[in-house]
Design a binder for this molecule. Structure first.
Ligand code: 5GP
Ligand code: ZN
Length: 113
């Protein structure tokens, strides 16, 4: 996955601000934050989009959500945070390596655009 931005960030070939580095996941600061807290929870395994995930990825997908929850707790965001997974270009996915956005630190409207 030489061409993949997030694979290159995970391999430390492209710099990023890491907030968490685990066996199966990392979390980095988004380069263009949309909220005071905007982190990306990224599995080390390259899965291009949620549509490409398989049943065998269920534990990994669960870990991503729990990692987002833990990062939110550590940042005292219990009053409100969002975990967002964009799947496909029409949903706003721009990097095709699955990732969960953690957004928090401000009031958010509903529905998202
Ligand atoms: P998507 O639009 O695919 O759901 O989210 C991709 C996210 O990656 C965007 O919020 C974008 O700001 C972020 N991003 C794009 N390029 C880089 C980069 O080089 N470094 C970091 N840390 N984030 C990036
Ligand atoms: Zn990748």
């Amino acid at each position: 996955m030489d061409e993949c931005l997030f694979c290159n960030i995970i391999a430390k070939k492209i710099p990023a601000k890491f907030e968490y580095e685990g066996n199966s996941l990392v979390a980095i600061q988004d380069i263009n934050p949309k909220a005071p807290v905007h982190l990306l929870v990224i599995p080390r395994k390259h899965i291009s989009r949620l549509s490409q995930a398989e049943e065998a990825d269920a534990p990994l997908l669960g870990e991503m959500i729990l990692c987002g929850k833990r990062l939110a707790e550590e940042r005292n965001l219990e009053e409100g945070f969002r975990l967002i997974l964009n799947n496909g270009p029409k949903a706003g996915q721009s990097v095709f390596h699955i990732h969960l956005h953690l957004l928090g630190g401000r009031v958010m409207s509903w529905p998202p655009g």
